[in-house]
Ligand binder design. Sequence first.
Ligand SMILES: [Zn+2]
Length: 383
Amino acid sequence: MSLLVDGIGCLVTWEPDSPVRQNAALVIADGRVAWVGASSEAPAADERIDAGGGTVLPGFVDAHTHLVFGGDRAEEFEARLTGRPYTAGGIRTTVAATRATSSAELLARTRRLAVEALRSGTTTLEIKSGYGLAVDQERRCLEVAREITPHCTFLGAHVVPDGISPATYVDEVRGPMLDAVADIATAVDAFCEEGAFDADQCRAVLSAGAARGMRLHIHANQLRPGPGVSVAAELGAASADHCTHLSDTDVTALRDADVVAVLVPAAEFSTRSAYAPARRLLDAGVTVALATDCNPGTSYTTSMPFVIALACREMGLSPLDAVRAATWGGARALRTTDVGHLSVGARGDLVVLDAPSYVHLAYRPGVNLVRAVVREGMVVSGG
Ligand SMILES: [Zn+2]
């Protein structure tokens, strides 16, 4: 089974020699990119999509989501917008709602969000647990995630649940809870923040994951300066996520330890917080990824085009930087090499835009420009 996409006005592949091509075509055979070249020289294939002069990008790689949860927090969001005080502990609200939701309903809800993400061009999705916070509940959330994606991250260290001391809870997370999810989760994450977990607690949880061969991520330096980024560098984490409040030492540490900075501007948009210093990170040579951080409390969006528009408008990224961070950068954060680009041999995951260039993702915010989404050579949305 092969698919030809021709009539491409602007093709982004991230091939080192020609990352962006004009008047191009591409063939996917048996799920992989088999040929890239000029539209006029394209070979025949079983199926064909005429891009009609539009843009083709690698499918978006969303490397940071919390898609498995019950309930929502629209009331908390409204209260925040209207300046009324709202009670803290929002994560605990979602924990209670998640525990009260059946596994079948959790799966149906997560699937709806994953389809929503796919329709806006996301072909690779990471999903974290973190709204169960007990051995059986965290396992259940990861079983749901595993139905949707192979990129499942254990976030038992999200907050300390009620009724247990932090020290006892950390021991539970790094012991029995990690044991219970080790056959599903490929990565482990921890929320390093005042009110969540301190550096030593994060180190304990992440090292236990590393000892089981899991990839490491950390929610770091989100609300204030803190030790999260240095813990990430010290432990060789794949990514440090949020990275809003960084010292020069933090920036250097990210670069030198090859830790990807996963930036989530939709969370900052939604909470009216300061944006992460994306331009400073890129200029320093840090690999930057963009992700949605989709969650019911602080960033209830699955749209990578929206995240790209925000990164350009609010973080000083060029449209090309932002598209690269949303594709190649995300793949680097997940330490995968066959997605996030469209070189020969890459997975045949792509997005066809009804727009003459990738610039329109930022130039036309809020407009759905995604005409078709292809995963492993099959049209999975639009067409
Ligand atoms: Zn998060």
